[in-house]
Design a protein around this ligand. Structure first.
Ligand SMILES: [Zn+2]
Length: 388
């Protein structure tokens, strides 16, 4: 296959920005990056003009089986798995079109997104790279029980993890607390005991899989750190009457290896749930406190759970991250190299460098100085093929 030489005005390679890059791509892989210079005569040159080239974005927390409509749960309960798969394909395509070339699905029903991953692995140019958790592990009648992942007890949890590993999942997702969208559960209450959580993370690691804990409360976040989870999803420090930082737990997070996956981003003009809107100022100060303490964070979306969370909302999430005091390059890392590393893909995704997959995004302007440029998509490449 001919070598492709992509020229742009700037390159954000996942760590920093350089000018006048040429990115060389062959057989779906980046084979070299140079600053300036002249491509070899047998290369096909593609000059994208005044754009910034960057790694395709990584959304490490999404839900492809939720349709981002006004009632995603009701709709999910009213259709069969084949229809869920069809919707997941649409959602994945929408993400790819926005330059989100890797998505980590943190909760489906019937291993639908595992099926989608298999489809897209055979035809990578038709969708993003999909990582799948399968049905999230929950307690009896716990958060998202209707996705089919109810279990309890240390033995039950170990068996649930082993069964997911057998299905070929990429990550184990455990719902450590309740959640807003499941009637009868409370986001600020633990729904597993510390020994159950420890068993889940240990069993995941025994199978070579990362473990992600949905944890909204300080108690649950502390328990997830102690259990050895790789990521805390949400990390929002919710309480019975709102949200409030627990500085001891924030210190514990900062001292741990655990990464907080901050589910951010709302599409302007779409309704945000009243419960979220009411605590948005508190959440900003909670995440700011985490950044100030040195907590490692990535930016994710929780896409699919409502009209303000379409599957291409991640650029808005990166914008929100700046509210916590970081400069734009940190937000870019949080949706590229840092997010890829958090998913266990640090050697293949999230950077533009020799040996990395040629999943690329080109945007007008310079997102390292103006993060809103992430929305000005000019080209998307998946496995070396231009798909937009
Ligand atoms: Zn979620």
């Amino acid at each position: 296959m001919t070598m492709l030489a992509i020229r742009a005005a700037r390159l954000f390679d996942g760590t920093g920005t350089t000018a006048d890059p040429i990115v060389y791509v062959k057989d779906g892989i980046v084979v070299g990056v140079s600053a300036g210079g002249t491509p070899p005569s047998d290369a096909e040159v593609l000059d994208l003009g005044p754009v910034t080239l960057l790694p395709g974005l990584v959304d490490a927390h999404t839900h492809l089986v939720f349709d981002a409509g006004p009632d995603p749960v009701g709709r999910l309960l009213s259709v069969d798995d084949d229809e869920l798969l069809r919707g997941a394909r649409v959602a994945a395509t929408r993400a790819l079109h926005a330059g989100i070339t890797t998505v980590r699905d943190l909760g489906d029903r019937g291993y639908v997104t595992r099926r989608l991953r298999a489809e897209l692995d055979r035809a990578p140019h038709t969708g993003p790279h999909v990582l799948s958790a399968g049905p999230p592990i929950t307690s009896p009648r716990g958060h998202c029980w209707w996705l089919g992942g109810e279990t309890s007890g240390v033995d039950g949890i170990r068996a649930a993890v082993a069964s997911r590993a057998e299905h070929g999942v990429d990550v184990i997702k455990v719902l450590a607390t309740g959640g807003e969208i499941t009637r009868g559960t409370k986001p600020y209450l633990l729904q597993f005991s510390p020994p159950e959580l420890a068993a889940a993370a240990d069993e995941a690691h025994r199978h070579g899989l990362p473990a992600a804990a949905h944890a909204h409360s300080a108690e649950a976040i502390a328990a997830a750190i102690d259990a050895g989870f790789d990521t805390v999803e949400h990390g929002s420090f919710l309480t019975a009457d709102g949200a409030s930082p627990d500085y001891d737990v924030i210190g514990k997070l900062a001292a741990s290896e655990t990464i907080v996956s901050a589910t951010l981003g709302y599409l302007p003009g779409e309704p945000v749930p009243a419960s979220t809107a009411a605590i948005s100022a508190a959440l900003t100060s909670i995440f700011t406190a985490q950044r100030d303490a040195g907590v490692r964070m990535i930016v994710t979306s929780d896409a699919g759970i409502g009209p303000s969370k379409p599957h291409d909302v991640l650029p808005y999430a990166a914008e929100m991250f700046l509210l916590f005091g970081d400069p734009a390059p940190a937000a870019l890392r949080a949706v590229t190299s840092d997010a890829a590393a958090a998913c266990g893909l640090g050697a293949t995704k999230g950077r533009v460098a020799a040996g990395y997959d040629a999943d690329l995004l080109a945007v007008a302007g310079n997102p390292a100085s103006d993060i809103t440029a992430l929305r000005e998509v000019r080209a998307v490449f998946r496995a070396g093929v231009r798909v937009r």
